[in-house]
Design a protein around this ligand. Structure first.
Ligand SMILES: Cc1cc2nc3c(=O)[nH]c(=O)nc-3n(C[C@H](O)[C@H](O)[C@H](O)COP(=O)(O)O)c2cc1C
Length: 307
């Protein structure tokens, strides 16, 4: 009897049992999903963004539904890196074969370095994902990932500090994603992931007020998928490091599309809000899709579109 398709992929030396990963901010600290999802059967999960100090996030309303998507302005609420290491990580370590990717952010480069230094000393983390979509308060709030020089400085200093592979999560709110992917790769990134959410605005026309207290928020979900697939294609042409694609993946076929566009692996975010088992279902569905299309190794999908 055949063993079925080989679903393993490797990113920056880290082997995943499946290319399907749970995205940051949509899968808590992992343990909340322990009784719902077989976390060791998905490729990996990315933690909620971790900062130097705990953060309360933005005032509500901070999540709204939109046609084929959602806007969020959670404001990077999180418990902070030190409580994460003390309280959540030991529980994660007891869960066998779970690949943990720690998402890191800060409002200055020093903030990011401090988070990385703290995580370096902690066990049980496979990789870091550096969120470059944060405003840099030392540069008048310019978002790191929208300025090539700032991105270069952020990535090179974080890479120097990092004792684990560093994946850089790019902002899609740029003119040329290929340029930003190249900047990250040249600065030492071991992989890039994209996309984060698109800056967006929704207005309640009866009150004239913004529907999100923060005024603007980040758009995610199926509405952004065709733009994100295009960006993944452009980024993968520009760099030779692995590209991890995301944005609006809700079924296995979406994951196939991202991989054909050039992604080595994919992340699933908003879909987990509609169905907490979405990531596992997509991982299983991708395996079935490979079987039914006689694909022996899922890696052969990467960049296979005739573009
Ligand atoms: C509620 C919410 C919170 C998020 N929090 C984070 C975060 O803390 N760090 C980060 O890098 N991305 C965060 N993201 C972005 C997602 O990881 C992902 O890049 C984006 O939502 C696009 O994928 P999707 O369409 O599958 O959701 C968040 C997204 C949502 C919807």
């Amino acid at each position: 009897m055949s063993k079925g398709p080989d679903m393993r992929v490797t990113i920056a030396g880290v082997e995943l049992c499946s290319p399907v990963i749970a995205a940051s901010g949509t899968f808590g600290y992992g343990i909340e999903f322990e009784d719902i999802v077989s976390i060791n059967r998905i490729g990996a999960f990315v933690t909620k963004g971790l900062s130097r100090e705990p953060m309360a996030g933005n005032p509500t309303p901070r999540i709204i539904e939109t046609p084929a998507g959602m806007i969020n302005a959670i404001g990077l609420q999180n418990m902070g890196v030190h409580p994460f290491i003390a309280e959540k990580l030991p529980k994660l370590q007891r869960m066998k074969d779970v690949v943990v990717i720690a998402n890191v952010f800060g409002f200055t480069i020093e903030d990011c370095l401090e988070v990385i230094h703290a995580l370096n000393d902690a066990p049980g983390i496979a990789m870091y994902e550096l969120n470059a979509s944060c405003p840099n308060t030392s540069h008048g709030g310019m978002v790191f990932g929208t300025d090539p020089e700032l991105l270069n400085e952020l990535v090179s200093r974080c890479k120097q500090a990092s004792q684990r592979p560093l994946m850089v999560k790019l902002s899609p709110n740029v003119t040329s994603i290929a340029q930003m992917a190249k900047v990250a790769a040249d600065a030492g990134a071991d992989a890039v992931s994209l996309v984060n959410t698109f800056v967006s605005l929704a207005i309640d026309i009866e009150t004239g007020k913004p529907r999100i207290a923060n005024v603007t928020g980040g758009l995610s979900g199926p509405a952004i998928k065709p733009i994100a697939v295009r960006m993944v294609h452009e980024a993968s042409k520009a760099v030779s490091i692995p590209v991890v694609g995301m944005g609006g993946i809700v079924r296995a076929e979406d994951a196939v599309e991202y991989m054909m566009a050039g992604a080595t692996a994919v992340q699933v975010g908003t879909a987990s809000y509609a169905d907490p088992r979405a990531v596992e279902n997509i991982a299983n569905g991708l395996k079935r899709w490979c079987s039914s299309h006689n694909i022996a190794h899922v890696t052969s999908l990467t960049g296979s579109a005739l573009l």
